[in-house]
Ligand binder design. Structure first.
Ligand code: SF4
Length: 332
């Protein structure tokens, strides 16, 4: 598909906006947790790790008085709130916070907490646990850190699943990271279940609704566009997966960008149809910035391609909810 400039004007470009895209309920809850803590207690509010993997969100919260640290030993002795990020934390983190008398607010997404609880149940039932996920991601570190060292084995690929040797194949369970590629994960689980038919898994998969829905929308759009922009950060797992899903579903020109100034225009010469989506930690304001950037280069017409309607909502951590109720400012 090649775009021809209108006489004397910009070339036309059809923009297909994937829906759903951008913020999920877990990210909204995590960002609101920091914002409510700042409003209730004032600055500073300490946040362990990027609250969500998005530089724009982190910088906005920094400007309001949030201080981001990677580990609790960077936090001075303080009465200020200390928030744990949406990705979840190893058990050692709340333990250390309690030892130091920190006022901890846990913004772990409830869907990550659900995976933590599943892993604990398997462990208490004497099962060896496989975690399907990506090494180095904080969610994976958080899930592995729910149990004693050695209780969980990380598997990243179908090849890993093919090599894995359990201690007892009749006492085996798996859990997964919430932000995986739906298709890759299914392949890995198929290898595990074929090799170990007694393996126990979640009733409904651990990949969260937001990851699944955003990938589904990209699968619809990728085959019918010349290029696709994923708004998201390089360290955002679900954003990286959206780019891969686009490439595997017929769109070889997929770019992951954090802001409009990162768009590689040299790869977009002659396009007539563009898909746009955003990872679960990317705010809509950046999607608008990206659309504006394309509007400066092209005569755009925008259409939304919707895979599914979302209505998920997670209430704030209990302590903030209680305070909001007491103050009569409940957001609901
Ligand atoms: S991507 Fe899924 S698991 Fe992660 S914060 Fe959002 S809803 Fe929760």
């Amino acid at each position: 598909m090649t775009a021809h400039p209108m006489p004397g004007g910009k070339p036309p470009l059809k923009v297909l906006l994937c829906s759903p895209r951008g913020f999920c309920a877990g990210v909204v809850r995590a960002v609101e947790t920091v914002e409510r803590a700042l409003a209730l207690y004032g600055a500073p509010v300490y946040v362990r790790h990027e609250i969500v993997h998005n530089r724009y969100v982190v910088e906005s919260l920094k400007a309001k008085g949030a201080i981001f640290v990677e580990e609790l030993d960077e936090v001075p002795d303080t009465q200020a709130p200390v928030v744990f990020s949406a990705h979840g934390v190893p058990k050692s983190v709340p333990e250390e916070a309690a030892k130091r008398n920190f006022f901890a607010l846990d913004a772990t997404c409830p869907l990550v907490t659900k995976v933590h609880r599943e892993a604990e149940i398997h462990f208490h039932r004497g099962r060896e646990i496989v975690l399907v996920g990506h090494a180095g991601h904080p969610e994976v570190a958080g899930t592995i850190g729910q149990l004693p060292a050695g209780a969980i084995t990380l598997i990243e690929t179908a090849a890993d699943a093919g090599r894995f040797m359990p201690k007892d194949p009749t006492k085996l369970a798996y859990v997964t990271q919430t932000t995986l590629s739906v298709d890759d994960c299914a392949e890995i689980i198929a290898v595990l279940t074929e090799r170990f038919p007694a393996i126990v898994g979640p009733q409904k998969e651990d990949i969260c609704y937001a990851t699944t829905n955003r990938q589904e929308a990209v699968k619809r759009v990728a085959p019918i566009v010349d290029a696709l922009i994923v708004v998201g950060a390089p360290n955002s797992s679900n954003s990286q997966r959206l780019k891969e899903v686009a490439e595997r579903n017929g769109c070889s020109q997929a770019q992951l960008v954090q802001r409009a100034d990162e768009i590689d225009w040299s790869r977009l010469a002659g396009i007539a149809r563009l898909g746009i989506t955003a990872g679960a930690s990317a705010p809509e304001v950046i999607v608008e910035e990206i659309i504006d950037a394309f509007a400066a280069h092209y005569e755009i017409s925008v259409e939304t391609v919707s895979a599914v309607e979302e209505s998920m909502f997670f209430p704030l951590p209990r302590h903030l909810r209680d305070l909001d109720k007491a103050a009569g400012t409940a957001a609901e």
